[in-house]
Design a protein around this ligand. Structure first.
Ligand code: ADP
Ligand code: F6P
Length: 322
């Protein structure tokens, strides 16, 4: 039976494209005759009753904006029985029968718990890290790697002018996807990720020496935040190779900015799919991209999957960036 009222929230780290997803959820819900409630600050808003009814104009002028107009939060209280029970009470008070949760694996666990307690949820993959196991793509990844690439292109200008080595740390939490894609896009001499144990001499110093022999004078090393220690690495490279080195941590600039076409389009289609599922009375699912198609999976199944690092792509990078 079709739901009359649904909620939408964003949770965990924000990501460019979350607004496009919210817009799609609101517009699809309204088009199908539902009421749509915007839950602010993730699960915190659900517990504290920070909820506002959305209309067609609530989501005007947001498709091109980074961040999330619903705000986001990390909410430890939601992991407790009291927290969940309070959230259920608030849902009942507003007549919310189903919730679209836009976030990462952590947020999916919250969605699973809420579903278990009687409010069916649909998870949408929102994170710049691309580290959600059930899907090939996450909303925000494309924009973030493009931003990281542009930032490193800027670094390259100054690195090249001074014939230096730049060691750049990109985000990605415990995953190396952002480092790999950024590293390939900027032609980094070396890419270090947490999925592949590295040896500084073998994987960085000897590659610098090899490219020096063929005439290269400046070097970019891309390091995933899950590897870290970029300051120390810069010192070691400078002392071993005699090349002036600088460490740069790109940080939260990677999370902001106007979403790319890919993120806007996928977020729109995924948001639409989430509401379609709820409309058909289907909950406890996550929306994913598999073989470049938007599909849905059971939340339990999604959370138990493992996502492989792109080892083949990493090998290509090693072969051609020398
Ligand atoms: P992400 O969704 O990006 O992985 P977090 O791991 O910070 O981000 O999770 C976001 C929120 O989801 C947490 O603050 C918490 O409210 C909820 N959450 C995370 N893990 C769980 C869990 N095991 N059970 C219930 N809720 C969880
Ligand atoms: O998950 C997105 C992300 O930006 C990660 O890349 C990073 O590790 C983390 O969030 C940073 O979190 P915070 O915003 O709490 O510093």
């Amino acid at each position: 039976m079709s739901m009359k009222t649904i909620g939408v929230l964003t949770s965990g780290g924000d990501a460019p494209g979350m607004n496009a997803a919210i817009r799609a959820v609101v517009r699809t819900g309204l088009a199908r005759g539902m009421r749509v409630m915007g839950i602010r600050r993730g699960y915190t808003g659900l517990i504290e009753d920070d909820i506002v009814e959305m209309n067609l104009r609530s989501v005007s002028d947001i498709i091109h904006r980074g961040g999330t107009v619903l705000y986001t939060a990390r909410c430890p209280e939601f992991k407790t029985e009291e927290g969940i029970n309070r959230a259920i009470e608030v849902c009942r008070k507003h007549g919310i029968e189903g919730v679209v949760v836009i976030g990462g694996d952590g947020s999916y666990r919250g969605a699973r718990d809420l579903s278990l307690h009687g409010i069916p949820c649909i998870g949408l993959p929102g994170t710049i890290d691309n580290d959600i196991s059930s899907t090939e793509y996450t909303i925000g990844f494309d924009t973030a790697i493009n931003t990281a690439m542009e930032m490193v292109d800027r670094l390259r200008d100054t690195t090249q002018s001074h014939a230096r080595c730049s060691i750049v740390e990109v985000m990605g939490r415990r995953a190396g996807f952002m480092a790999l894609h950024t590293g390939i896009a900027v032609g980094a001499t070396a890419i270090l990720v947490p999925e592949i144990p590295f040896d500084l001499e073998r994987d960085v110093i000897s590659r610098i020496h090899k490219t020096q022999e063929s005439g290269k004078k400046h070097f970019i090393i891309v390091v995933a935040e899950g590897v870290g220690h970029v300051d120390e690495m810069a010192k070691q490279i400078e002392s071993i190779c005699g090349i002036e080195s600088r460490a740069t941590i790109l940080g939260h600039v990677q999370r902001g900015g106007s979403p790319s076409v890919r993120d806007r389009v996928n977020a729109s289609a995924m948001g639409n799919k989430a509401v379609e599922l709820l409309e058909n009375g289907i909950g406890n699912r996550v929306v994913c991209l598999v073989d470049n198609k938007i599909v849905d999976k059971d939340i339990y199944e999604a959370l138990s999957e493992h996502k492989d690092y792109e080892f083949a792509l990493h090998k290509i990078a090693e072969e051609i960036s020398i």
